[in-house]
Design a protein around this ligand. Sequence first.
Ligand code: 3H9
Length: 694
Amino acid sequence: MSTVGYEVDGEVAVLAVDYPPVNALSAAVRTGLGEALERARSDSAVRAVVILGAGKTFIAGADITEFGTEKSQVKPSLQDIQGELEGFPKLTVAAIHGTALGGGLELALTCHARVAVPTAKVGLPEVNLGLLPGAGGTQRLPRLTGVEVGIDLITSGKHIAAQQALALGVIDAIVDDLRSGAVAFAREALADGRGFVPVIERDDKVTDIDAAVFATARKKVGAKARGKIAPMTIIDCIEAACTRSAAEGLAYEKERFQELFASDQRAALMHYFFAERQARKIPGIPADVKPRSIQSCAIIGAGTMGGGIAMTFANAGIPVTLLDLDQAALDRGLDVVRKNYGISVSRGSISQERMDRALALITPTLAYDDLAPCDIVIEAALERMDVKKEIFSRLDGLMKPGAVLASNTSYLSIDEIASATSRPGDVVGCHFFSPANVMKLLENVRSATTSDETIITVMEMGKVIGKVPVLARNADGFIGNRMLQYYTGEAEFLLEQGATPEQIDRVATRFGMAMGPMSMRDMAGMDMAVVSRKGRAASIPAGERVSPIVERLVEAGRYGQKTAKGFYRYEGREKFSDPEAIAIIESVSKEFGITRREFTDDEVEARLFAPLVNEGAKEIEDGTAIRASDIDVAWVNGYGFPVHRGGPMFWGEQYGLDRIYQMALEAAERNGPRWAPGKLLERLAREGKGWNAA
Ligand code: 3H9
């Protein structure tokens, strides 16, 4: 069966691309389009062609599952089809619903006109795959939107709604009904004899552009890129659209696309794209298990976490009942929520109207009974097992049958919490990350007794509320925090051995981390770290070293930013190296007889990240994580790990699992047995295999 349907409606041929799930431009679709266009060309009754997508969307872009395979070389290429469309002797109209993305939008930009239904979105998101729009997107889009908007859209990859696309000139009209509206548009254009100039020939918005526009864009985009190369390459291409002929600009774009295609960043970002989708698939759950509907949410605790979680649900249009124990705490919590929304409004990221709508969805209460009818309750109270058990036992007697009972705990046992109820199948961990209204990760945690239905429900819910869900099995610290202690721990050992806070932070941010580990400690407050380390002391086996640097800094009153000194000294928001902190670190080295030495940046980088990979491998081994790529998704979305490195496990595989294994042996020698490599890493290192052989 052809992947492109062909029907004639009077003088208009309607070509429907039908290639689920997203009508990507696979070899089969390109072949189908080539044939259908040929048919329309030779059909004398046809005077116009409408191209649309069957199913729920227009064309979502090139078929990325075929990248690098023989199929990607099958003719006609996307560019062949575009050439055909641009010079087509009959009127061509792209009719967009769902999303027109990447190559899909690029194809539409070579039609004579574009129409869309009001709910449609368009965008060039190639940057998220480490690529640039390589089928003329960098040359054609700015010709419609102007250079500055074009740079913004293509370097961010954002999708814009039909109304905005119309205002920017990306589409020509909005139609209510996709097919009949597009056909009517084509008929009217024919009747009026309306001519359309091919986008590539419209030069007015790319002529005489001041070079300063590109200098400013490079500065602005570069500051956000954290080492990503695609956004900067995109600016080069858009500049070429303004300084070269159309043919030269297209050739230049093609060359730069190939350069990006060959890059490690492209491989990492594409790995991440599939990893995020894979993370939603939970092996072993029968296909007939369906999620429960989550139409309302209760939250216990109006503190920072509770408030952030409430905002997340309200932003998704889900009503929230927010409970705290006393009025003052509730008022404080709501004030923070209001303030956070206010900041977003003043920054222009949301409208006042949207803020009012969201706030109206949050109902504060002091009465537990008000929670009873909610579809899910998320407990975000004190991190103490006795407190949690008491709350869950109360919820057990209170919540309607079928409600999901979730805890936002970041490390306590979900098994034990579930044991306080008579319905352990409904109990699950929903671990949000701070600030919960911003951070994308939702680490769902299953206990030994969580039902399949509950698991599927919270995974689906994650997507609905705009989070990236990952499923962990119950274990101390789950997926992310369990690994974090090895990253921060190794950073402190490096300090003892001679690295400085500045060097470690510089290397981490050079790598692409949002923030270095020392600055992170200073920001979070070292007194907090000391409390949590005391709480966890019992789980650290004898013979295991934990550096006392953080405790020594706290003893010296250096709590971090809140006391204006920690690993650094602070003046307002500016930080400075501080000889006093260095002296404390050196005194620890001396106390433990550690000879200090210089480290190269590359050494520091490997030492910081290798322990993550080792612990991640142990998580796969003991089932805490389902697969290596889930760990990558968790670290990218919860811990600021650079997405263009693919995640720690992807990075580890590129670095060499044999080298990671060797480093783990050495770390165990220095730090104690918990740092030793597990059996899985040992096997993969010995066999020279990657995570897919885990
Ligand atoms: C490009 O176009 C290059 C050109 O500039 C130049 C060429 C020369 N191909 O996300 P979902 C699969 S680069 C193949 O869960 P949603 C996806 O893996 C491309 N498969 O659904 C998943 O499979 P599975 C530029 C694709 O409704 C299934 O579709 N375009 C592609 O939440 C459902 O996906 C992009 O970067 C693809 N292009 O969101 C668009 N896209 O079920 C990337 C998706 O087996 N895609 N799949 O796990 C998206 O942003 C979202 O998938 C979309 C749908 C918004 C379309």
